[in-house]
Design a protein around this ligand. Structure first.
Ligand code: CO
Length: 177
């Protein structure tokens, strides 16, 4: 398992729901968490490691409540439609570049945990932004898809330059997901 980077077409594919008797998922989630920590990321979605299943791991490294979240079939069920916040984002699949986009301030997400119990998270802050970024990966959408055409082209150009210079393996400062 390794991180797939842009413009690999897998990153724009839609993931399928996971069923309870899919025996592989717990192992996949563990491996995803391992890769996320190795890469100093705060989140990782299954398509980023080439698996088209609705699986996400997140650890925002929140000192107040450190927690590794493993989310099966996560879905945004409610969001702050009018409260938007600027989010400075980086993605492990687009190493070396960052951009600021607008996201919902808070979200309510339903998911299943490792025991396949249904759970709900309602949150704002970094965890909310992270959840939105990761869940979009499951629909084949990247954060740069939020940018205007010219801005997106600029970020991709910068990314390609970094890649050529061999710097892309080193993320710029800040969290990547
Ligand atoms: Co990402």
């Amino acid at each position: 398992m390794k991180i797939i980077t842009y413009p690999n077409p897998i990153l724009s594919k839609k993931c399928t729901e996971v069923s309870q008797d899919d025996r592989e998922i717990l192992q996949i989630l563990d491996q995803m968490a391992e890769i996320m920590y190795e890469s100093n990321g705060v989140g990782l979605a299954a398509p980023q490691v080439g698996i088209l299943k609705r699986l996400v791991v997140i650890d925002t490294r929140d000192e107040a409540k450190p927690e590794l979240l493993k989310l099966i079939n996560p879905k945004i069920i409610s969001k702050s439609r009018y409260d938007l916040v600027e989010s400075d984002e980086g993605c492990l699949s687009l190493p070396g570049v960052r951009a600021t986009i607008l996201r919902y301030e808070w979200v309510k997400v339903s998911y299943f945990n490792e025991k396949f119990e249904q759970k709900i998270i309602e949150t704002d802050g970094l965890l909310s932004l992270c959840l939105q970024h990761e869940i979009e990966h499951l629909y084949g959408r990247l954060y740069i898809d939020h940018l205007k055409k010219t801005e997106k082209a600029y970020v991709i150009k910068k990314y390609n330059q970094k890649k050529q210079e061999g710097l892309a393996s080193k993320n710029l400062q800040g969290d990547s997901v």
